[in-house]
Design a binder for this molecule. Structure first.
Ligand SMILES: *Cc1c(COP(=O)(O)O)cnc(C)c1O
Length: 390
């Protein structure tokens, strides 16, 4: 099997798994327990908090463990809304955010808030100037993702951060696709809130964190015990947090090396596809994107059929994002990029990870070329969609 869906999730790194395992049974103590085992586990969690803070140029007191990217995004936005009095106000975000942001914005709109959804340019990038123009006296927060999960485009976070900071508006970034893969500095980039999720960088699912800049009094999200300094109640997911810490350490440690190696493989695959298959287009900027991301439109090909046929050949690729797969409409990101519904439905996403090899890329190219040919021939022969999918 060749796995090319790392934007959806990654395998837990073997070393991270090894470090997690003792905490399920042997060292299962509650970190709030006032005996040695509890204190030791508490200490382990604080070490992870410090390591994660260091990786972002933040303070440990600014890192709050959560159940993942979705919770962190929900907390950031609903927290800003509640902090503003909860009775309305204006938020700025983009048309290409993950649904964890977009659906939270919709939730807030239903409760009287106004939201501006900024477009992207033809490169798939939000213009900082558009952010500046959207600011109103009642703007309570700005949320722009670090890197897009479908087309991989990197957003001008530092520039937007500077604008937000100048206007003293809290700036949140959904960095789920970027954290540990890219160097992020919350000071230099003027980030007030940042979401991350362990399973996107070699950690376990159901664990993540929210960075909350000191001084920003973001209300608590879960109410209960005094964990996470009273701001996110619930017994800590000790094995998960320890796995996340190990994965963050490993991924951050190999950041530069991985960036170059993954980009080389990606560029090899892209060059093979562009020269060997006709009617293909890359969606989004070539240069300004995550090293492992390809989002390609194959003219005259149904993405769903291509995905199914590639799977039969042992290659896992994706349509839009994993989270939109069940939602049937064309991808909101590709639509924002200006693709027609047909073009969006002819687009697939291939996301590489560190365990992929260049040999696999050659195999993926060969299978893609063959499958795209088959599907186009079937279509020309008048085959209907049911036949192709089966
Ligand atoms: C995966 C993802 C999320 C959701 O994170 P979970 O930990 O799966 O809840 C949010 N935003 C982006 C950009 C993502 O890629």
């Amino acid at each position: 099997m060749i796995y090319l869906d790392h934007a959806a999730t990654t395998a837990v790194h073997p070393q991270a798994l090894k470090e997690m395992l003792p905490y399920f049974a042997g060292q299962y103590w509650n970190p709030s327990g006032n005996y040695q085992g509890g204190t030791e586990n508490k200490k382990k969690l604080e070490q992870v908090r410090k390591d994660i803070a260091d990786s972002l140029n933040a303070h440990p007191e600014e890192i709050f463990f959560t159940s993942g990217g979705t919770e962190s995004d929900n907390w950031a936005l609903t927290g800003l809304a509640e902090k503003s009095g909860g009775k309305g106000g204006h938020l700025i975000t983009t048309q290409i955010e993950h649904h964890a942001i977009l659906h939270t914005c919709q939730y807030l709109q239903d409760r009287g808030f106004e939201v501006t959804y900024l477009p992207i340019n033809e490169m798939g990038v939000v213009e900082p100037e558009a952010v500046r123009r959207a600011i109103r006296p009642d703007t309570i927060g700005i949320s722009v993702m670090y890197a897009n999960n479908e087309i991989g485009t990197l957003q001008p976070v530092a520039e937007i951060g500077r604008i937000a900071s100048r206007h003293q508006i809290p700036f949140h970034t959904d960095a789920v696709q970027g954290y540990a893969h890219l160097p992020i500095d919350v000071q230099k980039e003027h980030i007030t809130l940042l979401s991350a999720s362990a399973h996107k960088f070699g950690g376990p699912k159901g664990t993540g964190f929210l960075y909350i800049r000191q001084g920003l009094e973001l209300p608590s999200f879960l109410h209960g015990g005094g964990q996470e300094r009273g701001r996110r109640a619930g017994t800590e997911n000790v094995p998960g947090i320890i796995g996340m810490g190990a994965a963050a350490r490993i991924c951050t440690g190999r950041q530069e090396e991985n960036w170059h190696r993954i980009r080389r493989m990606r560029d090899y695959l892209l060059a093979r596809i562009l020269s060997g298959i006709s009617g293909v287009r890359l969606n989004g900027s070539v240069g300004r994107r995550l090293p492992g991301n390809l989002n390609l439109c194959f003219e005259g090909v149904e993405a769903q059929s291509l995905i199914v046929m590639m799977e039969m050949k042992g290659i896992y690729i994706a349509g839009g994002s994993a989270c939109t797969a069940s939602e049937h409409g064309p991808s909101h990101v590709l639509t924002a990029l200006g693709l027609s519904e047909t073009e969006a439905r002819s687009s697939v996403r291939l996301t590489l990870g560190e365990e992929n090899t260049i040999e696999e890329m050659e195999e993926v190219y060969q299978q893609l070329a063959e499958t795209v040919d088959e599907l186009r021939e079937l279509k020309e022969a008048g085959g209907n969609r049911e036949e192709i999918t089966l």
